[in-house]
Design a protein around this ligand. Structure first.
Ligand SMILES: Nc1ncnc2c1ncn2[C@@H]1O[C@H](COP(=O)(O)OP(=O)(O)OP(=O)(O)O)[C@@H](O)[C@H]1O
Ligand SMILES: CC(=O)C(=O)O
Ligand SMILES: [K+]
Ligand SMILES: [Mg+2]
Length: 600
């Protein structure tokens, strides 16, 4: 049986760019109260007729030969078959690829483990190395049927240290962290991508190091670190506190000699190459001329060209300060690659990005809560509330959001997470962020697969728990549509998601050309999974980052919903991914309707 609710709007109305006064946007309740009587006249039952005809012929003249084909990734297919709709994972997983995971076998292990997006960080490694990683991911997708998207993360131009060159390593007084990292460095040693032991330094209390903006030949003077920011020596003052990676190592500035700044190590720890530097005066972060540094450096522009040429799916921009840079980059991408479909993700990791949060997120295609650098710029105790705010704002504005950094930091060294880390992951899942990200855990840790497994199992468990308890706070979603036609789509999705929860349907189906209707459904965070059917590979990969969406690529679909449904039901049934009797709600961006039906 099928029932449908159609919105019969003259097509001239759909092209309106503004919401006209005579068509007030109905609230969820009034959609049903005022529109249902109109729609009732159009309740149809043709789907059942189409789908119960066993000879493959439907009322729309759809025959079996016209069924076409679809692509869904191997891992999702296996999960659906094994556990059914209800228990598919809604939270998406991003893994940073580094020396520990760049081989095809390791990449495949991550794909099997549920990695939806592979992230490459242009702070590290060479372009050739990254190209190889992208090629391997693409090959796995093509040959083995995965659908892993690729995200390129720019370096950004905040202040950081250079490579450590010939920095001495303090092998005698090893810190507990030093041993596994050393071992790892020895195992993975390779050009440009890995740290060799002499490129790590463990600092001792009371040591004096020189931070310099000079360029050195090799060998570099002992205990010297280069800084990428020319204004550094001028901007710091004697007495300032210098923090490496938000406090992993601390120094006090004791003397300035031209381009060199002598610093006393006050809090010892491990120095990693290219670590981020911040300096503090009287307890506040100092942002002198570095606040004027461009968000996208000249090296970043070359990396962006590289990303466009390699056809990455997402470009994440580090240290975004305003919406302007996002708009600039988006027009640059459009001009460089007309038919490219690259999403721009704004990394929220600076004070400026928090100040201009709404306009930045509005301009972007998604955001990342980059807690590593964010925690070096604002007091640590403010990071959790900033995270919650960013996650909620992204959902309001319908942009996917990734929670990143130190989720399972201890798993760089140990095979199990701390209980506190599990609680942190749970909180991000409970906030219903679109995605969680692994950094060092997968890039250079000893247990990348195990870390991914922890993210997957914690996500599944917490999602189920909150669904069963029905304790998710219902978020009042603001209207975001820019046109009348968009308003209809938004209302349809809000209503369909609500119906799906109330009727406890097994799945929502959405047929979407651009992915927009799929993301509007995802924004509602319904109890059931959302099967998103699209015809483009790039849209399908992009949807991989969004909460609850299971993206499928159909070889084709038409404006005729009955034929689409007919086709998909046969394909999914043939693959054992749905069965007769499953209750489904379908919407599409071709036809403004909501259809409720049992799979015949
Ligand atoms: N391509 C790579 N080659 C070598 N090491 C890498 C690579 N990618 C990541 N790493 C290692 O993994 C660590 C964590 O990765 P991540 O991408 O979070 O970088 P990050 O430098 O800490 O921060 P950010 O994301 O702010 O640039 C890095 O500090 C580095 O040690
Ligand atoms: C991911 C990132 O850039 C950070 O946490 O700083
Ligand atoms: K980066
Ligand atoms: Mg960062």
């Amino acid at each position: 049986m099928s029932q449908s609710l159609n919105f019969l709007i003259p097509s001239s109305r759909l092209s309106d760019t503004t919401v006209p006064k005579q068509f007030p946007k109905p609230s969820l309740i009034s959609t049903f109260a005022t529109r249902l009587p109109v729609a009732k006249a159009h309740i149809r039952r043709p789907i059942a007729a189409v789908l119960t005809s066993d000879n493959g012929k439907g009322v729309g003249g759809v025959v079996a030969a016209d069924v076409g084909s679809f692509e869904v990734d191997l891992v999702t297919e296996a999960e659906l078959k094994e556990n059914g709709f209800r228990s598919t994972r809604r939270t998406k997983l991003v893994a940073t690829i580094g020396p520990a995971t760049s081989g095809s076998e390791q990449l495949e292990a991550l794909a099997v483990g549920g990695m939806n997006v592979a992230r490459i960080n242009m702070c590290h490694g060479t372009r050739e190395w990254h190209r190889l990683v992208i090629e391997r991911v693409r090959r796995l997708n093509e040959e083995k049927g995965y659908a892993v998207a690729v995200m390129m993360d720019t370096e950004g131009s905040e202040i950081h240290m250079g490579d450590l060159g010939g920095a001495p390593s303090a092998k005698a007084e090893v810190h507990s962290l030093y041993v596994p990292l050393m071992r790892f460095a020895l195992v993975i040693g390779g050009k440009g991508v890995a740290y060799s032991p002499d490129k790590l330094a463990y600092l001792m209390d009371g040591e004096i190091w020189t931070f310099s903006v000079r360029a050195f030949g090799s060998p570099r003077p002992e205990r010297t670190i280069t800084v990428n920011y020319d204004g550094f020596a001028e901007d710091v003052k004697v007495g300032d506190e210098l923090l490496v990676d938000g406090g992993m190592v601390r120094f006090e500035v004791i003397e300035k000699i031209g381009p060199d700044v002598k610093c006393l190590c006050t809090d010892p720890g491990l120095l990693l190459p290219r670590a981020n530097l911040t300096f503090w005066r009287d307890g506040s972060l100092v942002r002198e001329r570095n606040a004027m540094l461009p968000t996208v450096s000249s090296k970043d522009w070359l990396d962006i060209d590289f990303g466009i040429a390699e056809g990455v799916d997402f470009i994440a921009i580090s240290f975004v300060k305003s919406a302007e840079v996002i708009n600039h980059l988006k027009s640059y991408i459009k001009a460089r690659a007309r038919d490219s479909d690259i999403s721009v993700i704004a990394k929220i990791e600076s004070i400026d990005s928090l100040k201009n949060l709404e306009e930045i997120i509005q301009a972007s295609d998604g955001a990342m809560v980059a807690r590593g650098d964010l925690g070096a710029q604002i007091p640590l105790e403010q990071v959790p509330s900033a995270q919650q705010k960013i996650v909620q704002l992204c959902r309001q504005l319908n942009k996917p959001v990734i929670v990143a950094s130190q989720l399972l930091e201890s798993m760089i060294e140990y095979p199990t997470p701390t209980r506190a880390e599990v609680a942190d992951v749970s909180e991000a899942v409970r906030q219903r962020a679109d995605a969680l990200m692994l950094s060092g855990e997968s890039a250079m840790g000893q247990f990348p697969d195990k870390a991914l497994t922890v993210l997957r199992s914690v996500s599944l468990r917490i999602e189920r728990w909150w669904r069963e308890e029905k304790r998710h706070e219902a978020m009042e979603l603001q209207d975001i549509a820019a046109s009348f036609s968009d308003s209809i789509s938004e209302e349809i999705c809000n209503s369909a998601a609500k119906m799906a929860n109330n009727l406890e349907v097994d799945a929502l189906f959405v047929y979407t050309k651009t992915g927009h209707m799929a993301s509007l459904l995802s924004r509602c965070r319904p109890d059931c999974p959302i099967f998103a059917f699209t015809t483009t590979t790039s849209v399908r990969r992009r949807l991989n980052l969004q909460w609850g969406l299971i993206p499928f690529r159909l070889s084709c679909f038409s404006d005729d919903m009955e034929s689409n449904l007919n086709k998909t039901f046969s394909l999914l049934k043939a693959r054992g991914m749905i069965k007769s009797g499953d209750l489904v709600i379908a919407v599409s961006d071709m036809l403004q309707s909501i259809q409720v039906m049992n799979v015949p």
